[in-house]
Design a protein around this ligand. Sequence first.
Ligand code: PRP
Ligand code: URA
Length: 206
Amino acid sequence: MTLHVCEHPIVEHKLTRLRDEDSPPALFRHLTSEITQVLIVEATADLETIPEIRRTPLADFDGARLADRIGLVPILRAGLGMVEAAQNLIPTSRVLHIGLFRDEDTLEPVYYYDKLPEPPNIDLALVLDPMLATGGSAIAAISRLKETGIERIRFIGLIAAPEGVEAMEEAHPDVDIWLASLDDHLNEVGYIVPGLGDAGDRIMDT
Ligand code: PRP
Ligand code: URA
């Protein structure tokens, strides 16, 4: 597993505003989208393309199109805040939803929804969730994707705790991770510190 933490100054700037407790939901959603776009660009930098000869108004040229059928897999709810940005960037992508929430007492993921095509109709899954805390939710979502036959999976998050990255490495060493920040630690109730609080609540204004 390779961990990529984006150190772009514009991302650092936007992440600072995202974390700020005074940033209201509309701004929070906007910043989430903007950071997601940068992370998706980085996470897809090595994808293969198929050559395509096309024509400008002046001449033929050697073009290219993405070789893979890409699936965006937001983990509900907070992952929904990352979908639009990713879909705008890759309009040919498919969106597959997985519904999971963390039990507040046990911190274990509770599965409540998916409707994944079997056999899969994508080649590469980009799992989207702003927060990787204990790692339980991402691990469960990725296990479910693998059950359906998807072999190539990448995780895109905004902020992770070292505990979550370690758990992911153990459970899914084949899944690389792209983040805007690797934070300090999890607190006693499973929140990432300094983190940004509850991502789902801040995105959905609940
Ligand atoms: C949050 C977050 C992740 C999960 C991370 O979702 O969006 O899915 O917690 O925690 P973990 O790594 O310890 O599993 P939450 O359970 O709050 O659900 P929500 O997105 O519906 O608010
Ligand atoms: N889920 C969140 O939304 N925030 C955290 O810090 C941990 C889990």
